[in-house]
Ligand binder design. Structure first.
Ligand code: TXE
Length: 496
């Protein structure tokens, strides 16, 4: 028996007895095992869905007043804010991301709980302009038991935003965090209990995606699946969801263009590129993975960019000075290498980086890499999900817009210019769910987040996310004449 701590599933308000099969979680920066988690088998997954259905039907949460949902989510926000340092430590340990990034990101996560708490309290139904003496009310009801499949790159942020929206709307939630970084999410179970959430309303189950995740998504009693992950995962779960008429929200990959125009000073542009491209070692769905640079600034931009990228500090994630941490696992290192090799084989020019590296001889690290390529190269068209960034020289505005749209993904994009009308013109023509002007990665609980094309379906954040966790009920109240259609003595019978 290993002496690693084992963190079992959080079910019905407490830690469940451990499953017999387990998954080991590694620290990507040292390759050392840090804990084991459950590998939940199908039978257990199905039992959990059924017990969650009972919890939904008992109405303690699904029929709770909006004011009660507001209080519980607000309490959870207060508790989370008071525990940020311990969550930061855990998140850094399991993702290998620099602690300075995790501090900045986690400090904001309670805002998602506050936002959706408020939305639960203030969201109102509608009355339609129905013809005749009729009042038609539209009210929103929770869906039922919803499954959330969450990833490893922003484990706590992504899980919290999905959980907050679903609970605010009155659903019972089953979360399956990524087997690569599940530990922070597992801690949310006890936190929500302390905040006053009824037992069984938030269930957290662990295991491999192709096993536990698959079993969960195949269950016919779910009322929604909300996935953040890869396109292949979406394609694996969609057929079952379709058979069982389960709606899906999917937040998938991206190939975000970062568009630079010469009105921007080169130093500012390079700073923007570093921020867009290398946060989380490029492992985010909106990573600025294609730098589209106007010809008039290209040479100066590249010269300074390479200098700055080469001086980024790769290091131990817990060190405050570290700017670039690890990537998530060995497969990610290999994937980065294979993208670099193919880009070079296709005639791309490696400008900097391009190699696996390590810290104290250990860990899954890859040096920040810039490769100049053509717009239709493999690197320019496919998602790396790592610190391997394509740069493309573009002759003018029209070309930047054309190249920006040359991708099957359409999640994020950013436009950097000091020309106000150019900013609007370009942003308007870029196909993407989120376009930033003079910014990148900007995120807020109120701001809908989700892509077009192969980047996904539906939105996280905002009223859109809340409403996607509800179904609309139309109640039609006739206060005029009662139906007389089949009465014998009525000619030209009318209704109402
Ligand atoms: O994701 P996976 P991976 C994208 C990105 C990346 C690619 C693969 O393009 O290169 O996905 O990354 C669970 N049924 N993003 O392999 O496998 C899995 O256990 C049910 C973008 O890490 O999709 C985990 O909980 N669940 C993204 C979750 O899906 C399954 C963040 C995500 O893992 C499953 C991460 C199955 N058959 C990856 N297979 C973003 N938008 O930020 C896996 N899972």
């Amino acid at each position: 028996m290993s002496d690693l701590p084992h963190i079992s599933n959080w079910i019905d308000g407490s830690q469940a007895p451990p499953t017999s099969e387990r998954v080991t979680v590694l620290n990507p920066a040292t390759e050392a095992p840090i804990a084991t988690i459950d590998a939940t088998p199908q039978e257990t997954v199905n039992e959990i869905v059924l017990s969650s259905l009972n919890v939904f039907h008992n109405g303690k949460w699904s029929k709770a007043d909006a004011s009660e949902r507001f209080s519980v989510l607000s309490n959870a926000a207060v508790l989370l804010r008071s525990r940020i340092p311990e969550f930061v430590e855990l998140e850094t340990l399991q993702t290998g991301r620099p602690i300075r990034e995790m501090r900045a990101q986690l400090a904001r996560i309670p805002e998602w709980l506050e936002y959706f708490a408020s939305l639960a309290r203030v969201h109102e139904g509608r009355v339609t302009p129905f013809k005749g003496p009729v009042v038609n009310t539209l009210t929103r009801m929770p869906l039922g038991v919803v499954a959330q499949i969450t990833p490893w790159n922003h484990p706590l942020l992504i899980a919290t935003k999905k959980i907050a929206a679903a609970l605010a709307a009155g659903n019972v939630v089953i979360v399956k965090p990524s087997e690569l970084a599940p530990l922070s999410v597992l801690r949310l179970g006890a936190l929500f209990k302390e905040a006053g959430l009824p037992d069984g309303t938030l269930q957290i189950i662990c295991g491999y995606g192709r096993e536990t995740g698959k079993y969960l998504c195949e269950n016919p009693y779910l009322s929604k699946i909300d996935l953040t992950g890869g396109l292949a995962t979406y394609k694996a779960i969609a057929p079952n969801a379709s058979t069982n008429m389960i709606p899906i929200t999917a937040e998938l990959g991206g190939k975000a263009p970062v568009c630079f125009f010469p009105s921007v000073n080169v130093e500012d542009a390079v700073r923007a590129a570093l921020f867009a491209s290398f946060i989380a070692s490029g492992q985010t769905c909106v990573t600025g993975s294609r730098l589209l640079v106007h010809n008039d600034m290209y040479d100066a931009f590249v010269e300074l960019l390479v200098k700055r990228v080469e001086s980024l500090r790769i290091g131990t994630p817990t060190d405050d000075r570290t700017q670039i941490g690890a990537v998530i696992n060995k497969a990610a290192v290999e994937r980065c290498s294979s993208f670099v090799n193919r880009a070079v084989e296709e005639g791309g020019t490696l400008l900097c980086g391009g190699k696996p590296t390590s810290v104290d001889g250990k860990g899954f690290f890859f040096s920040p890499t810039i490769i100049s390529v053509t717009e239709s190269s493999h690197l320019a068209c496919n998602e790396v999900f790592g610190p391997v960034i394509a740069i493309i020289r573009c002759s003018d505005e029209k070309e930047i817009i054309r190249v920006a749209n040359m991708t099957s993904f359409a999640l994020g994009a950013s436009v950097w210019t000091n020309d106000f009308s150019q900013a609007h013109r370009v942003a308007e023509q870029i196909e993407a769910g989120i376009v930033w002007i003079d910014g990148h990665h900007l995120n807020d609980p109120s701001s809908p987040w989700g892509g077009f094309k192969e980047s996904g379906i539906g939105k996280e954040n905002g009223v859109e996310a809340y409403e996607s966790y509800t179904k609309v009920k139309s109640t039609v109240i006739n206060y005029g004449v009662k139906p007389v259609w089949f009465d014998d003595d009525i000619e030209n019978a009318r209704y109402g």
